[in-house]
Design a protein around this ligand. Structure first.
Ligand code: HEC
Ligand code: HEC
Length: 341
């Protein structure tokens, strides 16, 4: 016997009304919680690779990846600063201060290893380092997956992009896919290399000659398309290596003491302050450091021995470094914060 049978029509209507209110409100609740974590993009792209990149873009900008939900990858890697930060040491969760200067990110496919001391051999592995770092995000990747497990937007995108739920595999792969789209190759220097003879003015051309000269030797370490040969060197820039002894922390080899990855110089105009500890504030001061020959420490490369530079040459060298700024890269919509769209 159906209990509804005994109910007056009015009451049935009332029940139906209640039911639909619950359905509607639970829908809107779902909608709400989805919007809290993620705002849906207007269009989800069709092809799988674009879906992987889009998922990585959301995760890169999502503060839910840190223990107290205050810090995302993008907090320390900001597009406007060449995906570096504008402070010597970035703040992690609960405003904890880190111990190294955030590296600028671009053309990462070319890099054979990552971090100032080369501690990460691949980008996928690198993702785990800031997540686990007690001063940065301090959230285990399994906890990230758990935290986002109820987020329909992420789960849907993970299924589309990788045919599996949002697990550590998907998180590391998609963030890496997004990072691989950080291509900086439209600076004025690139235009010059691509045959536009008017891309650089006379002063910048003088600066370029100086950069590649035997006298200054910059290109003996900062060579190739990202202006690094990826070697580990000491350039004598820092007065105190005691707090951070560089690559020896990884290899325990005395010959690696106080050595750091030669950093890329792409977009260095906007990625100040400089060096692994952020101790040099401006490009002017960087050039003065190299001209002076730097600190007298045993590990310093013999390529750093100082040089004379006229005021005109100094400003030309700095002007050349500024031609490595890629405005398109620094403002490109596809690399920007998707939560603000
Ligand atoms: C609290 C600030 C902070 C956060 C958050 C952060 N990073 Fe970093 N990142 C840094 C610092 C500092 C370094 C250099 C650290 C070192 O060398 O030991 C770095 C280095 C890197 C590098 C190496 C670049 C190179 O040229 O070797 C990559 C790639 C990177 N971060 C990606 C990420 C990703 C992806 C996330 C999010 C999962 C993230 N970072 C979160 C500060 C941060
Ligand atoms: C012996 C190799 C070597 C030579 C030669 C060299 N550099 Fe460097 N450069 C480095 C290393 C290593 C660092 C990072 C040092 C650190 O973090 O302690 C660096 C850092 C820099 C930075 C800061 C980048 C950043 O993101 O923090 C700039 C700018 C720079 N060099 C420009 C130059 C210029 C200009 C010259 C020529 C006058 C030059 N370098 C010559 C190895 C070298």
């Amino acid at each position: 016997m159906h209990w509804v049978y005994y109910l007056s029509n009015r009451f049935r209507l009332f029940l139906l009304g209640l039911l639909s209110i619950t359905i509607i409100s639970s829908c809107s609740e779902e909608h709400q919680s989805e919007n809290e974590g993620t705002s849906k993009p207007n269009v989800i792209p069709e092809d799988v690779h674009s879906q992987q990149v889009l998922l990585g873009r959301y995760l890169f900008y999502d503060k839910a990846l840190s223990i107290d939900s205050t810090v995302s990858c993008a907090s320390c890697h900001q597009q406007q600063f060449g995906f570096a930060d504008n402070v010597a040491m970035s703040l992690g969760h609960h405003r904890k201060k880190g111990t190294r200067n955030a590296l600028a990110l671009s053309n990462l496919k070319e890099h054979p290893y990552f971090l100032w001391d080369g501690a990460a051999s691949g980008l996928e592995k690198q993702v785990l380092i800031p997540l686990n770092d007690s001063l940065e995000m301090n959230l285990d990747i399994l906890d990230v997956a758990k935290r986002l497990s109820g987020n329909e937007f992420y789960q849907d995108l993970a299924e589309r992009a990788y045919q599996r739920p949002l697990d550590p595999f998907v998180i590391t792969r998609s963030i890496t896919a997004f990072e691989h789209t950080f291509l900086s190759n439209q600076s004025r220097y690139d235009n010059y290399l691509n045959g536009d003879n008017n891309a650089l003015n006379e002063e910048e051309l003088l600066g370029m000659d100086l950069f590649f000269s035997d006298r200054l030797k910059c290109a003996e370490c900062h060579s190739g398309s990202s202006f690094t040969d990826y070697s580990f060197q000491n350039n004598g820039a820092v007065t105190n290596y005691e707090r951070d002894s560089g690559r020896i922390r990884l290899t325990f080899k005395e010959s690696d003491r106080n050595l750091y990855k030669v950093p890329s110089l792409r977009n260095c105009e906007v990625s100040a302050p400089y060096m692994h500890d952020g101790s040099i504030a401006t490009l002017e001061a960087v050039v003065e450091h190299y001209a002076s020959g730097g600190q007298l420490i045993p590990q310093k490369s013999n390529k750093i021995s100082g040089f004379e530079l006229s005021l005109k040459e100094k400003s030309a060298l700095i002007s050349f470094l500024r031609t490595l700024t890629d405005d398109e890269f620094l403002t490109k919509e596809e690399l920007s914060d998707p939560f603000e769209e």
